[in-house]
Design a protein around this ligand. Structure first.
Ligand SMILES: *Cc1c(COP(=O)(O)O)cnc(C)c1O
Length: 412
């Protein structure tokens, strides 16, 4: 940042403060990750200077020969990573990847079926505040009340009744394994498409740590910045029969010029994800999550569904008599960044909530292992059970900084 510090010291100072916040704190937000220096370099490169509307070999602008090479590499690497027949790496975000699939395969007013937001779903799956909730006839399934896990009988029954055009599976706050095959079979039975949105678990799916949806469901959408550990962005994978419709829906359907610096960085990310070490990384994410979950439960906290199979867990704070907002605030004072989250059968507003969502992708990228998870779990339980004790928060904040500062911010 030496050049920026000279030309724009104000923004350079802000970026430096953010770097220190990331370095000295513990980021436990389940949807976040850290990228490598190689990804950062590609994102900060001259690839940002170009308009490249269209696709490799069919651009609407001259001078795209190197952009074609970069996008071809990104597509080929993503296809190899997931064993996909077709990949589109242009969506600017996960939401835009979903928008493109809806736009390609569903008319206005047709049926969209998905998991309820309060049960773990995503805004772009038909929430009334999203265009998806206003343009489509939305029906939403809940989890089993008792187990707080997916019940495929509930999904099947709703699909038969609602006859949706697209059934969405995949979630933002679901700590358990998703059976993509079961979803596709339900969709087949009612003549629907099945779209798996693996935004959160893409890294786990790519490495076999969670069963993959690619080659199983009609479409797979994802973000590239969560467990996949790349630049912020989206991607779509599908069989060749849907390739043309998907590509047309992304451009010119949903977007103009692609972010070519981001696409170059996606290519870098996918190459990193093809290395054996990325599989080890994803295995460690899940190991860390299990140890953290066990530590929290040993500390007297209740987890939704009683644990985790993936990279995240949900703490139900109703037994503690505090809200998600309160817990998020006090943990923030202790240097631990988490987000409040609704839990199944939520009674509070999304700004208050009764839960916390906690994930291990970032701390695992920093190189932390089981021992650190036990330490972190202990700190969280201590703070959450004693939310008016400012001295405890201050003490833990110092310990957090001392521990976190020993770990890298730049995974290989
Ligand atoms: C994060 C997420 C998205 C959206 O990603 P953005 O890039 O923020 O638009 C979509 N679907 C699911 C399930 C997600 O968790």
């Amino acid at each position: 940042m030496s050049y920026l510090a000279k030309t724009d010291p104000q923004i350079a100072d802000i970026i430096e403060k953010e770097r220190l916040r990331q370095l000295n704190g513990l980021e436990l937000i389940a949807s976040e990750n850290l990228v490598s220096r190689a990804v950062l370099e590609a994102m900060g490169s001259v690839m940002t200077n170009k308009y490249a509307e269209g696709y490799p070999g069919k651009r609407y602008y001259g001078g795209c020969e190197f952009h074609d090479m970069a996008e071809n590499l990104a597509r080929d690497r993503l296809k190899k990573l997931f064993g996909a027949e077709h990949a589109n790496v242009q969506p600017h975000s996960g939401t835009q990847a979903n928008m493109a699939v809806y736009f390609a395969f569903m008319k206005l007013g047709e049926g969209l079926m998905s998991m309820k937001l309060t049960q773990g779903g995503h805004l772009s799956h038909g929430s009334p505040v999203s265009f998806t909730g206003q343009f489509y006839k939305v029906s939403q399934y809940s989890l089993d009340q008792k187990t707080e896990m997916l019940d495929y009988g509930i999904v099947d029954e709703m699909a038969r009744k609602e006859k949706p055009r697209i059934i969405v599976c995949g979630a933002s706050a679901y700590p358990r394994t998703i059976d993509f095959k079961a979803f596709q079979e339900i969709a087949d039975d009612v003549g629907a498409y099945c779209m798996a949105d693996i935004a959160h678990i893409a890294g786990l799916c790519a490495t076999g740590v969670h069963p993959t949806s690619v080659g199983v469901t009609s479409f797979t959408t994802t973000t590239t910045h969560k467990t996949l550990r790349g630049p912020r962005g989206g991607a779509i994978m599908c069989n060749s029969e849907y390739a043309q419709a998907v590509d047309k829906a992304v451009f010119p359907g949903m977007q103009g010029g692609p972010l070519m610096n981001t696409i170059a960085a996606k290519a870098v990310c996918f190459e990193e994800a093809l290395r054996p070490s990325f599989k080890e990384y994803n295995k460690q994410i899940v190991k860390n999550a299990k140890v953290l979950a066990d530590t929290l439960m040993d500390g007297g906290l209740r987890l939704v569904s009683g644990g985790t199979d993936n990279h995240l867990m949900l703490i139900d704070l109703t037994t503690q008599g505090i809200t998600g907002l309160e817990a998020e605030t006090v943990l923030g004072k202790a240097g631990i960044t988490v987000n409040k989250n609704t839990i199944p059968n939520e009674t509070k507003s999304p700004f208050v909530t009764s839960g916390l969502r906690i994930g291990t992708p970032v701390v695992t990228s920093r190189g932390m292992k089981e021992a650190e998870m036990r330490q972190i779990g202990g700190w969280i339980a201590t703070v959450v059970k004693d939310i008016h004790n400012e001295a405890v928060m201050k003490d833990i904040k110092m310990k957090v900084a001392a521990m976190a500062g020993r770990f890298t911010l730049y995974p290989d």
